[in-house]
Design a protein around this ligand. Structure first.
Ligand SMILES: *Cc1c(COP(=O)(O)O)cnc(C)c1O
Length: 381
């Protein structure tokens, strides 16, 4: 009986024919993917524009960020290759995902994090899942360089997004969006750090687009038949890809690497993006662009989304929505458009910043009936 029940068992089982994995290799999965695509009503009403605005809530992945999509494929592949350990540099979410999937697979995870610049929830995850956490005096970019140097002659698999299996897993978010909308959005907005995710989404959309007009038995034209994807769905257009950065950490706006990136949005505190060339190509091919925001605006949008729509994302994630709202207001995104914003990580990852923003929101009252009633009536008045 229970075997008859169709359980969702993660994105490898769902999309294996479109992933470069051997059909026989068992997936290392925590049920990632299948995240909600939520249409925003209140924020759109506030804007007074006629757009279909959606957020893809990637914070609802098993470890609370989109990194799980890449990690399930990268770790599955590492096991297939006989690897015994994985390593990554991380601003937090990659380390949380690497630690969890490594634990699941029985591998050792080594994670290199910047001293004091990682959100509390992410650190808690890495240590709870039993990763070996190496905290360095240096930022993500320094950590990334060290990972590459060490992995060159140590028996460890790098699971940063320079590992191509990461992007292969992350491209599945585009598949899910197309399946739900029945088409590609006109604009897709993402926060940009290493620029792996914007690249991965473009790969996903492009694979579907390459199938336009193809018969359901023809091999994928995008990868030259490397995957076994032959079926639906097809799309006739691809979205314009819009990448948003924090102003203090915006190499794509400077047109050059940034050596001392600074932002409250620690997940995108990256000055030397690993997918630099690919992301420029994505912007060019898709007719998109990059833009930047001061930290205050990211935090304000994070708060507004939580307070007006009930969706809690982390500060870096709010960059995508901040961008969409600004571009809708300015008319760069025209009325009638369908827009998807990726909310990369869950708000609970970074409780310190959330509480900091809401200082004064907590009301002290005496623990007795009249005082509580009085406080409620005052606020309803
Ligand atoms: C990793 C991460 C990003 C940046 O993604 P890139 O692929 O590095 O551009 C943005 N937001 C969150 C929450 C992340 O964890």
């Amino acid at each position: 009986m229970s075997e008859q029940v169709r359980r969702y068992t993660g994105l490898i089982d769902r999309y294996r024919d479109r992933l470069p994995l051997d059909p026989a290799v068992p997936a290392v999965s925590l049920g990632e993917g299948g995240t909600p695509l939520i249409r925003l009503h209140n924020l759109v009403k506030d804007l007074g524009r006629d757009v279909a605005l959606y957020v893809k809530y990637e914070g609802l992945n098993p470890t609370g960020s989109f990194k799980d999509r890449g990690m399930t494929v990268a770790v599955t592949r590492a096991v297939e290759e006989g690897s015994r350990a994985v390593i990554c540099a991380s601003t937090g979410n990659t380390s949380a995902a690497a630690a969890a999937y490594a634990a699941r697979a029985g591998l050792t995870a080594f994670v290199i994090i910047p001293d004091g610049k990682i959100a509390l929830g992410k650190l808690a995850q890495a240590v709870m899942h039993g990763a070996v956490v190496l905290q360095i005096k240096g930022n993500f970019d320094v950590g990334m360089r060290l990972v590459k140097e060490v992995a060159a002659d140590a028996p460890v698999t790098v699971v940063n997004s320079v590992n191509p299996y990461r992007l292969q897993g992350q491209k599945t978010a585009a598949f899910e969006i197309v399946e739900e909308l029945g088409r590609a959005p006109d604009f897709h907005c993402l926060p940009v750090g290493n620029a792996g995710n914007i690249t991965a989404h473009w790969i996903g959309y492009s694979e579907l687009w390459a199938r336009k007009g193809a018969a359901a038995t023809e091999a994928c034209a995008f990868c030259g038949g490397e995957c076994r994807f032959t079926g639906e769905p097809q799309i006739s257009t691809r979205p314009r890809m819009l990448g948003y950065q924090a102003a203090g950490s915006a190499p794509f706006l400077r047109g050059a690497m940034v050596d001392e990136p600074e932002t409250v949005a620690t997940a995108i505190r990256i000055g030397h993006p690993q997918s630099w060339t690919q992301a420029w190509k994505v912007a060019e091919e898709s007719g998109g662009r990059f833009a930047e925001f001061p930290d205050e605006e990211l935090l304000a949008v994070q708060k507004r989304l939580a307070a007006r729509e009930g969706v809690f994302c982390e500060p870096a994630s709010a960059a995508s929505l901040a961008g969409a709202l600004r571009d809708i207001k300015s008319g760069y995104i025209p009325e009638g458009s369908t827009v998807v914003c990726t909310l990369t990580g869950h708000g609970l990852k970074d409780p310190d910043i959330a509480i900091e923003q809401c200082k004064g929101a907590i009301i002290d009252v005496d623990g007795e009936r009249e005082a509580v009633k009085q406080a409620i009536l005052e606020r309803l008045a």
